[in-house]
Design a protein around this ligand. Structure first.
Ligand code: AMP
Length: 283
């Protein structure tokens, strides 16, 4: 595995691979790898001739009061894990090279970002779409893999790729969970053992909602109230949102007809955790 930090070097290598007719698979990350990241890498390994993983804690997608400085980092451990997965290049660009002084160009998806995390994290998706555009231009992938744990991010990236005619196939990979259901996240690191127990309220809340739907409940308000009350019973939980919406447009629903996205964001101590599922009415 090669560790590359120079943008020029990464770009030249991708250029060469493309000339050689190789299919480039790409997994963008902020590092501190867990099994979710590693599963995305394995998917990339399967789909591409060569696999690039980027590791960049992107400052412009964090709000001023968010956890940019505390975000967990361990490059040595990440290097070893990526190497084990057969990653060809771990691309770790420098902040000064990604955002040199004078930087002033941003990419924005205007509508899908008006919901869910877009409301509680103003500017977040603009930071994501801008960095992903830059990474796409540098790495020049044919295929890029994103986790469905960040479902809104996946939709926003798909929209951007379609709207701006990026010739890149975007793959959504299902959420990888701990044995007890907790969605894997680098931010789980922030949880104390007691908070870790409360973090289970998210995945269990999703299950509760699907059970209600299975029992015939289709009224969104009723399901949202039940899930909200369920999560509130757990200590340390501070709900940011519990939303049931259209899985493509993210617009609010009042009734679940066929499929709906249930998305949760809950603060537990200093960890802001998200999780989601597609609720399905079985006919
Ligand atoms: P991050 O490093 O948190 O920015 O995540 C990098 C990529 O891994 C994103 O596409 C995430 O959606 C994805 N990811 C994070 N956690 C999980 C998970 N538990 N299961 C699947 N994909 C994940």
């Amino acid at each position: 595995m090669r560790l590359i930090s120079s943008i020029k070097e990464m770009s030249a290598l991708s250029e060469r691979w493309r000339r050689e007719g190789k299919t480039i698979a790409f997994v963008p990350t902020m590092g501190y790898f867990h099994e979710g990241h590693l599963s995305l890498m394995r998917e990339g390994r399967r789909r591409g001739d060569v696999l690039v993983v980027s590791l960049f804690v992107n400052p412009i997608q964090f709000g001023p009061k968010e956890d940019l400085n505390q975000y967990p980092r361990d490059l040595e451990r990440d290097k070893a894990l990526a190497q084990k997965e057969g990653v060809d290049v771990l691309f770790v660009p420098k902040q000064e090279e990604m955002y040199p002084s004078g930087f002033q160009t941003f990419v924005e998806v205007t509508e899908l970002t008006q919901y869910l995390c877009g409301l509680s994290r103003p500017g977040h998706f603009r930071g994501v779409t801008t960095v992903v555009t830059k990474l796409f231009n540098i790495v020049k992938p044919h295929i890029a893999i994103f986790g469905l744990k960040d479902y809104q991010q996946y939709l926003v990236i798909k929209r951007m790729v379609e709207d701006l005619n990026f010739d890149i196939e975007i793959i959504g990979y299902p959420t990888v969970r701990e044995a007890d259901g907790l969605a894997m996240s680098s931010r789980n690191e922030y949880l104390s053992p007691e908070q870790r127990k409360s973090a289970l309220s998210l995945s269990q809340g999703l299950k509760l909602a699907q059970a209600l739907v299975n029992a015939g409940e289709t009224n969104v308000q009723i399901i949202v109230n039940r899930v909200t009350n369920f999560i509130k019973q757990f200590p340390y939980t501070q709900i940011d949102y519990v939303k049931i919406c259209d899985p493509e447009t993210l617009e609010d629903l009042t009734e679940i007809k066929d499929k709906a996205l249930l998305a949760l964001a809950v603060k537990i101590g200093r960890a802001r955790l998200i999780d989601n599922t597609i609720l399905e009415v079985k006919k």
